[in-house]
Design a protein around this ligand. Structure first.
Ligand SMILES: [Zn+2]
Length: 74
Protein backbone atom coordinates (compact mmCIF):
# COMPACT_ATOMS: atom_id res chain seq x y z
CA UNK A 1 0.00 0.00 0.00
CA UNK A 2 1.26 3.45 -0.83
CA UNK A 3 2.87 5.24 2.09
CA UNK A 4 1.35 8.59 1.21
CA UNK A 5 -2.23 7.32 1.28
CA UNK A 6 -4.36 9.09 3.86
CA UNK A 7 -7.86 8.14 4.92
CA UNK A 8 -10.72 10.52 4.14
CA UNK A 9 -11.36 12.99 6.97
CA UNK A 10 -14.74 11.65 7.98
CA UNK A 11 -15.51 11.86 11.69
CA UNK A 12 -17.88 9.33 13.16
CA UNK A 13 -20.29 10.40 15.89
CA UNK A 14 -22.46 8.14 18.00
CA UNK A 15 -26.02 9.19 18.73
CA UNK A 16 -28.05 8.26 21.79
CA UNK A 17 -31.77 7.98 22.36
CA UNK A 18 -33.00 10.95 24.38
CA UNK A 19 -36.76 10.62 24.06
CA UNK A 20 -39.15 8.07 22.67
CA UNK A 21 -42.78 7.88 21.63
CA UNK A 22 -44.74 4.84 20.36
CA UNK A 23 -43.98 5.92 16.79
CA UNK A 24 -40.74 7.92 16.90
CA UNK A 25 -37.35 8.11 18.62
CA UNK A 26 -35.37 11.30 19.26
CA UNK A 27 -31.62 10.80 18.86
CA UNK A 28 -29.04 13.31 20.12
CA UNK A 29 -25.38 13.33 19.14
CA UNK A 30 -23.00 12.43 22.00
CA UNK A 31 -20.49 15.02 20.78
CA UNK A 32 -21.23 18.23 22.69
CA UNK A 33 -19.59 20.38 20.05
CA UNK A 34 -21.91 18.92 17.43
CA UNK A 35 -25.41 18.89 18.90
CA UNK A 36 -27.10 17.12 15.98
CA UNK A 37 -30.63 15.96 16.72
CA UNK A 38 -32.81 13.78 14.54
CA UNK A 39 -36.16 12.07 14.86
CA UNK A 40 -36.36 8.54 13.47
CA UNK A 41 -39.65 6.80 12.70
CA UNK A 42 -40.16 3.35 14.12
CA UNK A 43 -42.80 1.80 11.92
CA UNK A 44 -41.46 3.21 8.67
CA UNK A 45 -38.02 4.43 7.67
CA UNK A 46 -38.17 8.17 8.13
CA UNK A 47 -35.53 10.58 9.38
CA UNK A 48 -36.23 14.18 10.26
CA UNK A 49 -33.32 16.49 11.10
CA UNK A 50 -34.08 18.95 13.90
CA UNK A 51 -30.60 20.36 14.50
CA UNK A 52 -28.09 19.85 11.72
CA UNK A 53 -25.00 19.92 13.95
CA UNK A 54 -21.75 18.84 12.34
CA UNK A 55 -22.95 18.08 8.85
CA UNK A 56 -19.61 16.62 7.75
CA UNK A 57 -19.65 13.86 10.36
CA UNK A 58 -21.15 10.44 9.95
CA UNK A 59 -23.84 9.67 12.52
CA UNK A 60 -25.09 6.32 13.68
CA UNK A 61 -27.28 5.18 16.53
CA UNK A 62 -29.62 2.45 17.66
CA UNK A 63 -32.12 1.66 20.39
CA UNK A 64 -34.43 -1.30 20.85
CA UNK A 65 -34.91 -2.36 17.25
CA UNK A 66 -34.57 1.11 15.74
CA UNK A 67 -31.26 1.76 14.05
CA UNK A 68 -29.94 4.17 11.48
CA UNK A 69 -26.63 4.96 9.91
CA UNK A 70 -26.12 8.23 8.12
CA UNK A 71 -23.21 8.50 5.77
CA UNK A 72 -22.07 12.04 5.13
CA UNK A 73 -22.08 13.23 1.56
CA UNK A 74 -19.57 16.03 1.21
ZN1 LIG B 1 -22.42 14.70 15.78
Amino acid sequence: MAADWTPPPIVSHEMACEAETPSEVLFVCMDEACGRRVVVGKSRPRLTVIDRGDFSARHAGSVGGVAFDEVAVA
